[in-house]
Design a protein around this ligand. Structure first.
Ligand code: SF4
Ligand code: SF4
Length: 460
């Protein structure tokens, strides 16, 4: 842990946290010391770019079969305000434009590309030019660069970042929080990015502050990441508008609402957004993407992904082209172990099970976790013993057992009375339940039923 010296004493404050939550085993030791490795795709590989990999309107394809594309070309876009264009990560030829398997479990219209022989050189991602000064970038230009680059929340939410940052006179932004908590067990992609590319991340926060017209920047990091703290501190030393907040290691510390409550003691309304309390939260990967979009007009065609778990032979952190197939990424990691049982997109608390290896890595894919037979619980769901542990640990203050009961009975009115839509799907209730009731799965399916009944209400 860095010491409080005269240089950094005003730069660091802590230790922040929120009420409730859980302490699952961190399991980050598998990859936290593994530096980010570049992945290059060979000629003849398949890359799948879905037209929908963000919240909001899907893109319309702008290319057709047999067309040649270059890395960075726009493959699809939309005129809708809440959307984000998609770009080619490689030089190659469009094989087809068709519905393809998607991490959501559905088939989604996608551009399928076969990689060509000649690929562009890797672009820098760590060090900034010495001349960088965020004041040289006008807010409108930063927003346009973010929009054109197709930047979305890279912590998993995939909400278009330009929409978050575009100034709204009715809802001015006071504070931009850079979320470096990475509280999900196993995952270390944000951690490695903070350790290996602190300048690019801090520059992204400075640019986001300028774009939003905000005065305060806070970088939030959990206290189980001392190397990330040591890496960021010297970079912010002379930046008046940015400070570091050290948070307690607790799940879900990195949830937007929990983070805002912990740092600023503000409550985001149930159906509202952080903007309602004058705050915007961005992920560290998003910040890095903002930097390269603003400095070089670079679109989001790659991201850092952790491939981890005891069911993968060679876990690690990788810089991966968006659109690379999960099967190819697992091969690069040596493949699955004999006792691999479950592949999760994301971490074990909030991730979803992958039922198909021919799905692509998306802009919002922060990790792949492979659990073994031994780790996957085989104990069957039993009756609720009314212990109230799910209630005691819910960070939103819900009564998960009642919501799940209402969903099982298909009583959506009752589920709404218990504030089902306020659930952030963190999974604390499922994790803590001694009766092995998959509470969060019931709640998720209840939300889906409700959206379907209402004709497709957008997810917050
Ligand atoms: S009810 Fe929702 S918010 Fe509460 S613990 Fe369960 S998943 Fe998390
Ligand atoms: S934790 Fe499980 S057993 Fe305990 S009250 Fe909640 S649902 Fe029932």
């Amino acid at each position: 842990m860095p010491t409080y010296t005269s240089d950094n004493k005003n730069k660091v404050s802590g230790t922040f946290t929120f009420r409730q939550g859980v302490h699952p085993p961190e399991s980050k030791e598998l990859t936290e010391r593994r530096p980010i490795k570049e992945i290059r795709l060979e000629s003849g590989k398949t890359v799948v770019i879905p037209m929908s990999q963000h919240l909001g309107a899907p893109c319309k394809p702008l290319v057709e079969a047999r067309q040649e594309v270059k890395a960075g070309d726009v493959l699809g876009s939309s005129d809708a305000f809440v959307s984000a264009p998609v770009h080619s990560p490689v030089n190659g030829v469009v094989k087809e434009v068709s519905a393809q398997p998607h991490p959501s479990g559905r088939k989604v219209l996608s551009v399928v590309i076969t990689t060509g022989q000649e690929q562009p050189p890797q672009q820098p991602w760590q060090e900034l030019p010495d001349t960088f000064d965020s004041k040289n970038y006008e807010p409108e230009a930063i927003i346009k660069a973010i929009r054109d680059a197709g930047i979305v929340g890279m912590g998993g939410a995939a909400f278009p970042t330009a929409v978050k940052l575009v100034p709204n006179p009715q809802k001015p932004v006071e504070t931009v929080i850079l979320n470096g908590c990475e509280c999900e067990p196993f995952l270390t992609s944000d951690y490695r990015l903070m350790v290996e590319a602190p300048e690019a991340i801090v520059a992204g926060l400075q640019l986001a502050l300028r774009a939003a017209g905000a005065r305060n920047g806070i970088i939030a990091i959990e206290n189980n990441k001392p190397e990330a703290i040591s890496s960021i501190l010297p970079v912010i030393k002379n930046i008046d508008t940015i400070r570091l907040a050290i948070c307690q290691t607790k799940y879900p510390q990195g949830g937007e609402r929990q983070l805002i409550k912990a740092l600023l003691k503000r409550n985001v309304p149930t159906s509202g957004l952080p903007l309602d309390v004058k705050v915007v939260v961005i992920n560290v990967g998003t910040a890095s993407a903002i930097t390269w979009a603003s400095l070089e007009g670079r679109p989001v065609t790659e991201r850092i992904v952790t491939v981890t778990g005891r069911g993968i032979k060679e876990p690690g952190n990788f810089r991966v082209p968006v659109g690379m197939l999960l099967s190819d990424l697992l091969d690069i990691c040596g493949g699955l172990t004999d006792d691999a049982e479950k592949i999760i997109l994301g971490g074990p608390m909030m991730g979803v099970t992958a039922d198909n290896l021919d799905i692509p890595i998306l802009k919002g894919t922060s990790g792949i976790t492979v659990l073994t037979t031994h780790e996957v619980s085989r104990i069957k769901e039993t009756a609720c013993i009314r212990c109230s542990r799910c209630v005691d640990h819910c960070p939103v203050g819900l009564v998960p057992t009642r919501i799940a009961h209402a969903v099982k009975a298909r009583d959506l009115d009752m589920a709404q009375e218990y504030d089902m839509m306020a659930c952030i799907e963190c999974g604390c209730c499922t994790y803590i339940c001694p009766a092995q009731i998959p509470l969060v799965q019931y709640i998720r399916s209840g939300k889906t039923m409700l959206r379907t009944a209402k004709g497709g209400v957008k997810r917050k």
